[in-house]
Write a protein of this length. Structure first.
Length: 110
């Protein structure tokens, strides 16, 4: 989901009485979509929770986001989580891979 969609979904969930928090690499955009609570994280796109295969690191990010939510009694908060990737680590990931969807002509008539 993109940061716009998450913000819109969060607003609906919050309207039902449940608190939410969004992990975002671009918190300004997520906030502009009206996300009630944001945990900003300096991770590359596609690896929001952390390095592939690093279950302990991913759990630490998740716990930090939930802990941040506990400290935000009211909507509107942004907390910057203390996780970063070095420039060389980001470069080692290579460019993001995007799935390319191909529409089959038969799908136009469904």
């Amino acid at each position: 989901m993109c940061c716009w969609s998450v913000g819109l979904v969060q607003r609906e969930i919050e309207a039902a009485g449940l608190s939410t928090i969004s992990l975002s690499m671009i918190p300004e955009v997520t906030a502009s979509a009206g996300a009630p609570r944001i945990a900003a994280i300096e991770h590359p796109f596609g690896v929001t929770l952390g390095r592939p295969g690093d279950a302990a690191g991913q759990l630490a990010v998740l716990r930090a986001a939930l802990h941040a939510m506990e400290g935000m009694a009211e909507p509107g908060g942004v907390v910057h989580l203390p996780f970063e990737w070095t420039s060389s680590e980001k470069l080692a990931l290579g460019p993001p891979r995007h799935r390319r969807w191909r529409l089959h002509p038969d799908d136009l008539h469904r």
